[in-house]
Each structure stands twice: as structure tokens, then as C-alpha cells.
Design a protein around this ligand. Sequence first.
Ligand code: NAD
Length: 485
Amino acid sequence: MPYPTQPTASHFINGQYAEDTAGAEIPVIYPVTGEQIAVVHEATPAIIEQAITTAKVAQKAWAAMSGTERGRILRRAADMIRERNHDLSVLETYDTGKPMSETLYVDATSGADALEYFGGLAGSLTGEHIQLGEDWVYTRREALGLCVGIGAWNYPTQIACWKGAPALACGNAMIFKPSETTPLCALKVAEILHEAGLPAGLYNVIQGTGAVGAPLVTDPRVDKVSLTGSVPTGRKVYAAAAAGIKHVTMELGGKSPLIIFDDASLEDAVGGAILANFYSSGQVCSNGTRVFVQKGIKEAFLKRLHERLQTVVMGDSMDEATNFGPMVSERQMNIVQSYIEKGKAEGARLVCGGGRLDREGYYLEPTVFADVKDDMIIAREEIFGPVMAVLDFETEEDAITRANDTEFGLSAGVFTADLTRGHRVIAQLEAGSCFINSYNDAPVEAPFGGSKQSGVGRENSKAAINHYSQMKSVYVRMGAVDAPF
Ligand code: NAD
């Protein structure tokens, strides 16, 4: 890779880079050009064993430190990430293909936000005191032990931090397995955490496909599994973790509704729909890909959307003027193209896009289908690319019923000038992360996660603490023990 800050080996274990070339080669492809820019090796059983044993040893002493001490290290790492934001953003762009106009503002910075936020919370994690007459109970908030994080490929730096920061703040160790499609960024997160003072072994990164993830999930020494991935993978990982009665967080896929009422600001609604479908070239789990538009505003909405999409700047992701990048891989491009063909075959009206760009790399045009019907495949399945499905509706009740008619429940959004209606509709939508007159904001202070088949547990916010710690209650008797015999 023509860049000096690339990771120097495949894995990061016990505070340093580690290599085992016996592992199968995983090529790292730059999606902008299709060129191979690096190779990592899949973790061998020996690498997996080192990752587990060093993490187990390090975790006990880490949990015994005060929360303030742990938090100080995380906050230092946050500062270092911000100082190195430019280089980390370049790496994120190499890993994912996302344009620098996104990565400079969203990826390393949101990772730093998580480290800063959970670093700040670490010193305030406490149990409580419950007086029972003379006797009393106290609770201790304790670490779970060894947590495994498994990432998707769309936000490799952010996911590595969103899982690592709360895990470490609560006194756990983490082994993180990035997606095999984007293996580079998590290594830099590990490097920076240890440079900031994290004791060796507490944040190990190992590479591989699901074949490396699976034995981590079932290893009896692992106490918790946090997965970001698709629903089919979630089903497998959740079931495997359940066999060992392990804690889980599942951040899975979606097919989220975005409901636009006649009275909404046209410009804001179009802007929201763009953010909900085309940011990161549509490769965002919470995207509002089923855009329900009330009949009175439909034609104006489609016209303005079409106009604004003409101003998209597709091109070299390293050029900061570019605001729309490629699909992460040839495979993902093929998947999305096959959905576009299904949309055409099912009779949806292609408003714009639908093609591949005539250039190197895995570029697809931003694509909008109108007159989409609820039972079409493009309205039911997660596409995970730049494909918006616009559906018509007339009444509020109809929109809510149809929006909820899905197995997914990650996100939902409403655009309306009537705020009473906005709150009323959001309250009835079956989704975990919702928006009124906005879309896809994910500040670290707010809980993030899905309901129904989109997930279990929450990331970010104080809610994440409950998913990375457990309560021990201690009954203290002050008098004699009154036994029956
Ligand atoms: P994926 O399900 O194919 O893979 C996710 C991760 O799981 C990868 O690291 C993969 O190697 C690993 N894996 C696969 N099989 C495994 C097994 N049997 N045991 C252990 N690990 C295994 O998902 P993807 O294609 O990388 O990412 C796209 C999906 O992720 C989309 O469905 C998207 O909606 C979802 N996603 C969800 C969120 C969220 O926060 N809810 C965020 C980003 C992406």
C-alpha cells in the first residue's frame, strides 16, 4: 500500500503485532481501483490460542484497577486518534473505499467519541446499597471477563471502538475479529490503545473469516459475544453463544421505513432520504430504504430527489470533492446489481441510476425505484447498497401498518411539520433507533440497536454498560443466623 501508516502484520496480540504465515492469505482490495493493496493471514489455531490466553491473563489485573485509571487510558487513546485522524481516515478509505469526505469526519472521530465517552463513564460505574432493617445488601458492578467482538465491513474503525470502548471501560478484555473484507483499521485501533497505555493483551485483534469467528464464539473461556453483521450470521452466532449461555449483543441488518408526510419540508425530506440511502454508498445498516411518501408530495419529492442526485460527485475517494464512493467489494457490487435487476423485473419504476459506472472499481449509481409495492423483493430484503424504494401511502394508519410489516426492526424515521404526529407515529413503529425530521444520526450518547430480528442489546450510551458488565449482589447479615434446625 502506498501509505506509511499501514499495519505491519496480520494480528495484534499481547501488545504487539503478530504473524503466522501458515494461515490462509486474505487479499485486501482497494475498492476504488480493484487493486490488491495488502495481504493478511487468517488466524491459525495457535494465533487464536495466544489471543485467548493473553487476554485471560491481562483481564484480572485490568478489572482490579480503578475505573478512573482505566478511563484515563481510553481518553488518552481518544486524543491520539483525533491527532492522527487524517492518516486513520486514509486507511479507512483504503479498507472500505468510502470517500475521504466521509472518513475524515465520521469514522476515526466516532471511534474517538466512544473512547472518550466510555473513558469518562468508567470512573462512575458503581453498585448500590440496599438497607433491609439491620441487614443490608450491596451490589457490585463487575466485568464479564473476556468479550469477543466480531465486525462487519462498513465501519471497521467505528465498530472496533464501539465494542472495545465499553468493554474495556467495564474491566473486560476484548478479542476483536474484523470482517475479512476490511481487516486493516482495527489493527491501528489496537496499536493506539496500547500506545496510550493499555496493558498488553487487553485488546487483541485477529484476522479471518467466519471460520475464525466460530471457534471464538464457542470457546468456554469467552464470556460475551458482540456481533455486527447480517441477520443470517446473527442467527448462527446467537445460537452458538446460547449453547454456552454467554452474554450477547447482536447488531444486525434492517429494511427500515422512512415515512414522509405531505406537510414535511420538501428540502429536508429529500435530504433525509438521501442520508438514509446514499451515505457510504448505501452500505449502512440503519438505512431507511423503504421510503413511504404520502400521495400529495410524491411527484414533487421524486422530482427534487432526482435533481439533487444529479449533483453527486462520484470518483476518486482520496479526492475530498468526491462524495460518493464504490461498493466495498466486487461481491457486494454483484449482490446489489442483482437486486436492481429484480426491481426492474418486478415492475418497479426506475427513476434514476441502475447502472455500473464505466470506470475501474466497484461503482454503482445511486438508484431510485418508485411505485414499489410492499411484496416486491426490493421492498422486503436488505440490499445494503445505494438502492432506494419509494412506496406510496395515503393515511397515517396505513403507513404505520405497512412500515411494521417486516421481520426487521433496526431504525425508522418520520418527516412531518406536525410534531404531535411525529411523536405519535414514532411511538408505534417497531424499531430501536428512530428519527423525527432527521435520519441516521448516531451520537455516542444515544443508545443504538435494533428490535425484532435486527438485534439484541444496545451499543453506545449508558445502556451499553449493562451489556458489558454484570451485577453481583451481596447479602450482609448483621445478627445471628436463625436456622430451622
Ligand atoms: P456478515 O454477517 O457476512 O459478517 C459479519 C461478521 O461475522 C464478519 O466478521 C464475518 O467474518 C463474521 N462471521 C460470519 N460467519 C460467522 C460465524 N459462523 N461465526 C462467527 N463469525 C462469523 O455481515 P457483513 O456482510 O460483513 O456486513 C453487512 C451486514 O452487517 C448487513 O446485514 C448490515 O445490516 C449489518 N450491519 C449491522 C450494523 C448494526 O449496528 N446493526 C452495523 C453495520 C452492519
